[in-house]
Ligand binder design. Structure first.
Ligand SMILES: [Fe+2]
Length: 383
């Protein structure tokens, strides 16, 4: 058997004002009681009124679960599922970035299947489709609104616990740039780097296919043009809209293709330093791209091509330089600036070598190669 299956969310609304799609979604499905899964800060922001207004428009009664935290655990999702049961709710509205979406997706499985979110870590552990989830993104990056993954933190083992489940795909994904114009610059930059690395890794993965190639290349080109504009003018709605498209395109792409060493290292750096995911994958991006370029020069050159670079002979090299320059312009710390201890490089390499995302990387690094790569990240020397 050598065929490819693709996964989609059921509905997808993107663009200024698209939060209004919640109204029709609830009406069509005759949903009456919603649990808004979010964090305490977002709950108090004016953007939440746009979400509740859309629910009011459908006559939905709602309550809040505002216990979402950065790097949520299974306990976070279980608490959301308990709130869902207490409300006797019939759907979840996740409002936030990846943490809110992941909490909601795991909670939806618990709501429909019982037990704890811990039981759904692994591949397709649930028997029944989760409770319906509408995911309203307040960042453009994670792609969690369109993937069949949820990432929780395993508090005991100091690592990530990942669920892959066909039953946790969100029923409606909303990406409304009007909810993102107040986003702080560091979060805009980090989440965009997350989306960019999703697209790059999906395109370079050994599991890439024509469907994901198209999505990934389009996402890279959109981010390359839109991100500098948004960093200059956070209220540039047209550029924010392009980032919304790109984040979801990249989410579709890696969900149906794979990731790679940027994420193997990024997840491991998060564990060591506690920096946000987008910063962790961003700070290693050009170094991994250079490492992979030696094996898949043409693919890396393609990434530069969609950024408007030309001159095919040196395009791969110039693509790495271009991405490095892009990163330097962003408020993203270097590995050294995170406080990472140089003596931890061997342990970081070991953790990254054991990360499951490494399997799809186009080159499998030896321990020595990976250690040298991390040293170049630490010294900020592209070799
Ligand atoms: Fe990511």
């Amino acid at each position: 058997m050598d065929y490819t299956e693709l996964f989609y969310p059921a509905r997808f609304a993107v663009g200024p004002g698209s939060v209004a799609a919640l109204t029709e979604f609830a009406q069509n499905r005759e949903l009456k009681r919603g649990l808004i899964v979010t964090d305490r800060t977002l709950r108090g922001l004016p953007l939440m009124e746009r979400v509740t207004a859309a629910l009011d428009g459908a006559g939905v009664r709602y309550e809040f679960f505002d216990g979402v935290i950065a790097n949520p655990s299974a306990e976070t999702a279980d608490a959301a599922a308990a709130a869902f049961a207490a409300l006797n709710a019939d759907f979840i509205v996740a409002v936030g970035g990846g943490s809110a979406a992941d909490t909601a997706k795991a909670a939806s499985l618990v709501a429909a299947n019982g037990g704890s979110a811990r039981h759904y870590i692994g591949v397709n552990r649930s028997l029944r489709p989760g409770a319906p989830v509408a995911a309203v993104s307040t960042t453009a990056g994670t792609g969690a609104e369109v993937t069949r993954f949820f990432v929780l933190t395993d508090v005991d083992r100091r690592g990530k616990a990942i669920g892959v489940d066909d039953h946790c795909l969100v029923a409606l994904a909303v990406s409304d740039p009007l909810l993102m114009t107040e986003l702080p610059a560091d979060i805009t930059a980090a989440t965009a780097m997350d989306a960019l690395t999703h697209a790059m890794e999906a395109y370079c993965a050994v599991t890439a296919n024509p469907f994901t190639d198209g999505l990934a290349l389009k996402a890279v080109g959109l981010i390359d043009k839109a991100l500098p504009r948004v960093m200059k003018d956070p209220a540039d709605v047209a550029a924010r809209t392009d980032l919304c498209w790109a984040a979801s395109l990249a989410g579709y792409a890696f969900s149906n293709s794979g990731l790679g060493l940027m994420h193997s290292l990024g997840f491991s750096i998060e564990n060591f330093t506690g920096v946000p995911h987008g910063q962790a994958v961003g700070m290693v991006m050009p170094y991994v791209l250079e490492f992979n370029r030696r094996a898949i020069g043409e693919r890396v050159a393609d990434l530069g091509g969609v950024c408007g670079l030309s001159d095919h002979v040196t395009l791969g090299v110039r693509t790495v330089r271009h991405m490095s320059d892009r990163l330097s312009a962003l408020p993203i710390p270097s590995l050294r600036e995170t406080g990472f201890a140089v003596g931890d490089i061997p342990a970081l390499a070991e953790m990254a070598l054991n990360d499951p995302t490494l399997a799809a990387n186009p080159v499998q690094p030896s321990r020595e190669e990976l250690t040298a790569l991390i040293e170049s990240v630490y010294c900020e020397e592209l070799k």
